[in-house]
Design a protein around this ligand. Structure first.
Ligand code: ADP
Ligand code: F6P
Length: 325
């Protein structure tokens, strides 16, 4: 333990992600083990500004590791994007004796963490988003569960697409990133994937040509994965049906991808990241993000992490076209 006992705040912010509870549990238990106090900050930065805190001890996080969602609730808080909001947040932390805050969320939440650190409250960010859209890490809390949920849904859609000899377009989440779509497309043996990172004007024509040519050589049903960042799946489905003459349905999987009991990987990695975040606060560090990269748990300064660019793995993208028949 560091010399001084600290009071550590923990909050979840932005879209919830399965595994956030495992991260909260790791934060609370690592902190209390090191002799620190923990305050749960409810509903993300909204709860910080409204001084909605709960005292947490090791027992307050019992039986949560297997639960989806976040026991601390989450929100999107516009007030915290303003300098006044950030100053107010830091003053509230000082008023309640909070020395450092673990912020579990996506890149928006990281910006909030960085701003709070600039106001003198030490912060460590934990990547918690199903989107896998954070460049400094090959893993984000919730992606594994979400992509498995999407995969299972797409398996089911394949059954009905097969029975009706239809084309099925499946829209998955990811905001402006295509990682869920890419992984889902490979895992489901899809024929085509539309990714925001690589989408261009001729893409839909290429997709239609592919469906037509596969249909000509006897393919009975077609599975296409669409990342939500591309556009309206129902309109795309109509275009495919009109241009190919194949009956086409669109299914938006939606928020189901954000729920459910976290996978083993999400529980284990979220635990390791949450624990590391507290170790960093214990060492007196601030404005850092914990990550998993090149086979190990590590950390970066938030500004360095935010400057990195995340790309789609071109080899995975190529694999879909190489393997589909
Ligand atoms: P995510 O963290 O999943 O990317 P958002 O982008 O919605 O989700 O961000 C979550 C919250 O983080 C926002 O509602 C806001 O409270 C905070 N936040 C986002 N951007 C900033 C910013 N530039 N400065 C301060 N806080 C921010
Ligand atoms: O960032 C996680 C995410 O689920 C995105 O994939 C999606 O675009 C967005 O959040 C949906 O947000 P909301 O829950 O506000 O509809």
């Amino acid at each position: 333990m560091s010399q001084k006992q600290q009071t550590i705040g923990v909050l979840t912010s932005g879209g919830d992600a399965p595994g956030m509870n495992a991260a909260i549990r790791a934060v609370v238990r690592t902190a209390t083990d090191l002799g620190h106090k923990v305050k749960g900050i409810m509903r993300g930065f909204t709860g910080l500004l409204e001084e909605e805190f709960i005292d947490m001890d090791a027992m307050s996080v019992s039986d949560i590791i297997s639960r989806g969602g976040t026991i601390l609730y989450t929100s999107r808080c516009d007030e915290f994007k303003t300098e006044e909001g950030q100053i107010k947040g830091a003053e509230i932390c000082r008023k309640h004796g909070i020395d450092g805050v673990v912020v579990i969320g996506g890149d928006g939440s990281f910006r909030g963490a960085e701003k709070l650190a600039e106001q003198g409250i030490r912060t460590i960010a934990v990547p918690g988003t199903i989107d896998l859209d954070i460049a400094c890490t090959e893993y984000t809390v919730g992606f594994d569960t979400a992509v498995n949920t999407a995969m299972e849904a797409a398996d089911k859609l394949r059954d009905t697409a097969g029975s009706h000899e239809r084309c099925n377009l499946i829209e998955v989440m990811g905001r402006t990133a295509g990682h869920i779509a890419l992984w889902c497309a490979i895992a489901n043996g899809s024929e085509y994937v539309l990714l925001p990172e690589t989408y261009n004007d001729g893409e839909l024509d290429k997709l239609i040509e592919k469906v037509k040519s596969k249909h000509k050589i006897g393919k009975k049903h077609h599975i296409i994965v669409n990342a939500e960042g591309i556009g309206d799946s129902f309109e795309i489905a109509k275009t495919i049906e009109r241009e190919t003459g194949i009956e086409t349905r669109a299914t938006v999987i939606g928020h189901i991808q954000r729920g459910g009991s976290p996978t083993c990987r999400d529980r284990v990695y979220a635990s390791a990241l949450g624990s590391r975040a507290v170790d960093l606060l214990d060492q007196g560090q601030t404005s850092r993000v914990v990550a998993y990269r090149h086979g190990q748990f590590t950390d970066y300064s938030i500004s360095e992490a935010m400057a990195m660019q995340k790309t789609i793995d071109p080899n995975l993208d190529r694999l879909i076209h190489k393997l589909s028949r």
